[in-house]
Design a protein around this ligand. Structure first.
Ligand code: GDP
Ligand code: IMO
Ligand code: MG
Length: 427
């Protein structure tokens, strides 16, 4: 099973970091293919907790080569500080490979992200403020700066000039901010060049060779399906493609090489930032999910919005990603509820709708139709097999599987590496 994609099936924070780390020990390469340091992936190894933002979660597995693919946007300051933070904790990061074609997030992208959000006012997206959208906008506008540009001072200066030409007009005339100096940006970027140079490689060549040789390559998505710029709840999305197709463009590996696509699915739903969320709870159940589930953003520290499981979204994730499996996480968080509501369909303007509506207006009007499933009160955090789960927890998992359209092949019952029930092997 050489090439697998592992991605978020909801609005991010499903537990991708834990799932990737879990497989990391048996995988040769773990590849980030989109997004940047807007991601926040928590990995718990024994009594150690790591928060990764830009680096692939495979960096914590000694035998695994972590790769930052061409589709990622790289903030060089964040890259170096995350590396030195891990080095200080004894993690060997020397195997990291970074695509020379990945685009850079520069200080002006972060500035533009923040001022744009302020300018949007009530209509803001609630971005992470990390410069993600503006960096991808420059890539598509063909005025982006790539990692490889760090190594040619004259090209770098020309490109920074081109990028700042229009942006400075906007900053000064529209946003009432001071213009950004070309030389200051060039100087800062050149300051990172020597430290980054050793990691840069032709990652598409390396990854294609690896797949052809039968090595195991895991593509790790950031964010989630409903935050995808094409398939998510636009405009309340991130600016890249976390869905499975993004792994192909963001790593330079063709779709015929991918064997398995695993959707990470939380046993309930959360969302950070603005945008529609049909099963969102504003009552004590929502507070309880937030508290028990520790639902606070790893990147921005914002409280996550919480709600019940939404099977319409899970089915949609199966469809747009071609999912072969689900990894259901955080089942333990639901312990203690007598009855657990699960959204099986929506009611939109008086009509029952089984599939995610493509119309933004309809989705904003969607009201969840709930089915009540019996809960359980036994502690499940030590369960090692499906049979160890109480009958009602087994029933909950089976019901979700039937509604979601792909087999649930693993279940998370706690944040640690070993707090996982494996049903079908991923490798
Ligand atoms: P990611 O962005 O998808 O990697 O997810 P985050 O790390 O942002 O959020 C998931 C949180 O849930 C982290 O704090 C994980 O340690 C934690 N977690 C992952 N799987 C489980 C699980 O099965 N049970 C519990 N209780 N926590 C989990
Ligand atoms: P992980 O990988 C949850 C959300 C932001 C905002 C929208 C756009 O940890 O699952 P951006 O800064 O990307 O332009 O913000 O996307 N967002 C996430 N929400 N988990 C994430 O990553 C996210 N990355 C971005 O809150 O609503
Ligand atoms: Mg996260």
């Amino acid at each position: 099973m050489p090439a697998l994609v592992l991605l978020g099936a909801q609005w991010g924070d499903e537990g991708k970091g834990k799932a990737t780390d879990l497989l990391g020990g048996s995988v040769d390469y773990v590849v980030r293919y989109q997004g940047g340091n807007n991601a926040g992936h928590t990995v718990v190894v024994g009594d150690q907790k790591y928060a990764l933002h830009l680096l692939p979660s495979g960096i914590l597995s000694p035998g695994c080569t972590p790769v930052i693919g061409n589709g990622v946007v790289v903030d060089p300051a964040v890259l170096l500080s995350e590396l030195s933070g891990l080095n200080a904790r004894g993690v060997d990061t020397s195997k990291l490979l970074v695509s020379g074609n990945a685009h850079l997030i520069t200080p002006y992208h972060t500035t533009v992200d923040k001022v744009t959000e302020r300018f949007l006012g009530k209509r803001k997206i609630g971005t992470t403020g990390r410069g993600i959208g503006p960096a991808y906008a420059d890539k598509i506008n063909r005025v982006g700066i790539r990692v490889q540009d760090l190594f040619d001072e004259s090209i770098l200066r020309q490109k920074v000039e081109a990028a700042l030409d229009m942006k400075n007009q906007l900053l000064a005339k529209l946003y009432n901010r001071r213009a950004i100096e070309v030389e200051q940006v060039v100087g800062e970027l050149l300051g990172y060049a020597d430290e980054i140079r050793g990691y840069v490689a032709d990652t598409t060549l390396i990854l294609n060779n690896a797949v052809d040789e039968g090595k195991v390559v895991l593509f790790e998505g950031g964010q989630g399906t409903l935050l995808d710029v094409d398939h998510g709840t636009y405009p309340f999305v991130t600016s890249s493609n976390p869905t499975a197709g993004g792994a192909c463009t963001g790593a330079g590996v063709g779709p015929t090489k991918i064997n398995r696509v695993i959707g990470i699915l939380k046993a309930y739903t959360t969302r950070v930032g603005a945008g529609p969320f049909p099963t969102e709870l504003f009552d004590e159940d929502g507070d309880a999910l937030r508290t028990i589930g520790g639902e606070r953003g790893v990147t921005t520290g914002r409280d996550r919005r919480c709600g019940w499981f939404d099977a319409v979204i899970a089915r949609y994730a199966t469809r747009v990603n071609g999912l072969t499996d689900f990894f259901l996480t955080k089942l333990d968080v639901l312990t203690g509820w007598e009855r657990i509501p699960v959204c099986v369909a929506y009611e939109i303007d008086g009509k029952r709708v089984e599939e995610l509506p493509y119309s933004q207006t309809d989705f904003h009007h969607a009201k969840p139709v709930y089915e009540m499933l019996p809960g359980w009160s036994e502690d499940i955090t030590r369960a090692k097999t499906f049979a160890d789960l109480p009958k009602n927890a087994q029933g909950y998992v089976k019901a979700l599987e039937e509604m979601s359209g792909a087999p649930i092949s693993a279940i998370g019952v706690g944040p640690g590496r070993d707090e996982t029930i494996e049903i079908n092997s991923f490798l």
